[in-house]
Design a protein around this ligand. Structure first.
Ligand SMILES: Nc1ncnc2c1ncn2[C@@H]1O[C@H](COP(=O)(O)OP(=O)(O)O)[C@@H](O)[C@H]1O
Ligand SMILES: [Mg+2]
Length: 261
């Protein structure tokens, strides 16, 4: 069972979550876990086992797809995220999302980061937006590389690793409580990967990070806790070192030893 971090109350609680896609695929089966403040929780497991689905449910991103059915309970700061008074776009704003493939908008670096705060009305003046843009680019360790080209370069002009840090800056721009990362280093080189991992280590001092990763080494380097998914079930969750050295679940043990997946 998860160990409460710093005896803090969970940021999110997921209880008996089931999810079926329209074609009948039962993608999540009775999944329960807590997410704590200032932790990095990694989701590991073979492909197709529900890791991305479990991530998407947290910010209700799966609702864009047709005919998805969800049962169970998900709360954030104690409030049911599916309650009638929860506005999905406002709920989504409490999360940052980073995808596997860097996906900057085809607009200037400045506009990429200012976009969210602008549409959500979080900054009113150009000067306020400048502050947010600089702060987020600094937090993403990109500021020094792009500060002279905020307006004359597009996000898509950057290298792959820079693009991913830009996407992280963009994900931070609405001041999220939880950062959701779906294999964020799956398509960038080892040096860029190391930079993203360092960032995760820093970011988790202020927010919760849920990280889907195919790399056992990455999970071991950056995660405080690890959750092992198998065919839609969350088979085991616990402190990283414990999962990697003494998982109780035979499937988790076999996967971690590289026997399949
Ligand atoms: N939009 C979708 N429609 C139908 N089935 C889906 C959809 N997305 C994922 N699935 C199925 O749900 C299961 C879990 O997928 P996913 O959450 O992407 O797994 P993972 O991230 O662990 O690879 C798989 O069987 C996958 O084929
Ligand atoms: Mg996935």
């Amino acid at each position: 069972m998860p160990e409460p971090r710093d005896n803090a109350a969970p940021v999110m609680q997921i209880e008996d979550l089931n999810l079926w896609y329209g074609d009948g695929t039962h993608a999540l089966r009775d999944v329960s876990f807590d997410l704590y403040p200032r932790e990095c929780l990694a989701f590991i497991g073979p492909s197709g086992c529900g890791k991305s689905t479990a991530l998407k449910v947290l910010n209700r991103m799966h609702e864009g797809q047709t005919n998805v059915r969800v049962t169970g309970r998900v709360t954030m700061q104690g409030h049911d995220i599916h309650a009638h008074d929860v506005d999905p776009p406002l709920h989504r704003r409490r999360f940052g999302w980073v995808a596997q493939k860097p996906n900057p908008f085809p607009m200037s670096i400045w506009d990429n980061v200012a976009y969210g705060p602008r549409i959500h009305g979080l900054a009113r003046t150009r000067a306020e937006l400048d502050v947010v843009v600089e702060d987020c680019l600094r937090r993403a360790h990109l500021w020094d590389e792009v500060k002279d080209h905020l307006h004359d370069m597009e996000g898509t002009d950057l290298s792959g690793g820079q693009q991913q840090r830009l996407c992280i800056a963009r994900a931070l721009s609405t001041d999220p409580e939880v950062l959701l990362m779906d294999e964020p280093t799956g398509s960038i080189d080892p040096i860029a990967t190391a930079a993203v991992e360092r960032l995760v280590m820093e970011l988790k001092r202020r927010l919760s990070v849920v990280l889907v990763t195919h790399s056992m080494m990455q999970a071991r380097r950056v995660a405080d806790r690890v959750a092992y998914f198998h065919l839609g079930e969350l088979r085991e969750i616990g402190p990283t070192e414990l999962i990697f050295t003494a998982a109780r679940d035979p499937l988790a043990r076999a996967f971690i030893r590289g026997k399949f997946g």
